[in-house]
Design a protein around this ligand. Sequence first.
Ligand code: WT7
Length: 650
Amino acid sequence: MSETLANLLQENRRFEPPAALAEAANVKSDAYAEADADRLAFWAKQAQRLDWAQEWDQVLDWSNPPFAKWFLGGTLNVAYNCLDRHVAAGKGDKVAIHWEGEPGDTRTLTYSDLHKLTCQAANALTDLGVGAGDRVAIYMPMIPEAAVAMLACARIGATHSVVFGGFSVDALSGRIQDASAKVVITADGGYRRGKPSALKPTVDEAVALCPTIEHVLVVRRTGEPVAWGDKDHWWHETVEAASTEHEAQPFDAEHPLFILYTSGTTAKPKGILHTTGGYLTQASYTHHAVFDLKPETDVYWCTADIGWVTGHSYIVYGPLSNGATQVMYEGTPDTPHKGRFWDIVDRYGVTILYTAPTLIRTMMKWGDEFPAAANLSSLRVLGSVGEPINPEAWMWYRKNIGHENTPIVDTWWQTETGAIMISPLPGVTATKPGSAMRPLPGISADVVDDEGRSVPDGGGGFLVLREPWPSMLRTIWGDDQRFIDTYWSRFQGMYFAGDGAKKDDDGDLWLLGRVDDVMLVSGHNISTTEVESALVSHPSVAEAAVVGATDPTTGQAIVAFTIPRGSVDTAGDAGEALIKELRDHVSKTLGPIAKPRQIMLVAELPKTRSGKIMRRLLRDVAEHRSLGDVTTLQDSTVMELISDGMKSAK
Ligand code: WT7
């Protein structure tokens, strides 16, 4: 990765935090020095944000790396920290969740409401024989009961494994089997794209393959008819009939809180294990620091699904431990119209919005008129997560959603890291469009070369984490060796995240995507992210995906799949002219070496259900192979369209 392109290092736009926000910010610049002076003391201080039943004796035990133990000897209850303590502090009537269903139905749940429901669910699970250490699978739509189910497990010390509601029978049954789960919590279905989308039939098929499942708890959401078996219990007949009194017991700081499977594209999914005290400490601190959450006045909205780690840390555990008021939305962003998100922002007065680049680029494609029709003046902090955000998508977000005066926090982290690791602080950092900037206070990230040596400013290489952090994964469920092999063997004594990155001349970090996606063209390493960003910087482009296809002369050649912005004419000659213009544009921006061999104009890109572009499939198309596994695709028809287009372009 030594020979890299220089364009990103030339970004010279800077955006200072608004003065008033900086003045009142939760976290100021001194946090960095404080954490540098004594990292463990810094994290011990952040752990004091929580209520511990028993304080820890030792902050970190790293005597047996890579197996970390944080806050040894400490005990606490996660649900108590997210609910009971707020109610006890007189905030029971504060709104915890403004929920909105896709059809437009709404529910308002206060901290007391959420507390009572969670106590009922904890009692019901206990009655079903679930105890501390048992595993519970959760397969739910985006309804408040999803958060309640997670909190109820946490409350009784059961380890939850949330499986995204769009996953198949195979994915669900495989995850249930891997963790030997005892109970599944689900719903009849949820609303997606204007109609009910069933979940229970998938659960029925999966449970038939999983003898460990003793009970299935079913929330009635859509009211569609469902098949009913001996193991099934309606939520409204069990949970809602249970006592609202439940006393939370404290658990050890290292008690397993949840397993979440990462969607490896080829190998068996990895059950990432997170524990109690360190996880909640970092989820809570980062939510407070990165979003500058003021619980009394902010209305926070994270658009993720609880099936992803973003939903775990930044819908459930971070915001609720901080006593936030938040919006939770069930459905898709274009139902019934493409301005749905902006309606929601205006209606609830959302002040902090956390979403993904894929959504931002989709909004760019739909056109500026949708956000322009809304007011959006309540917004004061914008966040991004999931993929590198191209500089021009960042600028679009700032201008069209953030009315040019809202800090953007581009947050880098992973399922494995549990919480945000690299991000600007909204009241401190002068941001650069497309850069995640610096590791947060208390986090030591670095960029290293092939040999694991730190690269100087201006250099590129592999992103690593040098020191353990409180919310780090503890292992891969049931497979310690795979944990060591996957994350700790590439570089001695360092966690390797799998991402490439660059340090610019100021030492700020630019994430370049997965190292597997780096292309080798005539001996030059070129990151897909950089070429995609160059394409998106052209005013006619909303989104682009770039892959390296085998090429007899250059080794690999760059093939780009590009989605034009809504208003752009691409019919006939206009399309040909645009393709030529785009190839020249990339060549001009990045240098002739990065000029794509081929550019395809497409209407959609293949994405995983969490919105990441599946470059593997595009590589299959670019190399004229039959398609590999498409089961994790969000929309399987997309690939047919792209393959057909590719054939006609030949
Ligand atoms: C991978 C982790 C973190 C929650 C959602 C994804 C990519 C994530 C960024 C960012 C550049 C990013 C990385 C990372 N990624 N955030 N701000 N800039 N890349 O969790 O599914 O575990 O994916 O997402 O490649 O390794 P995940």
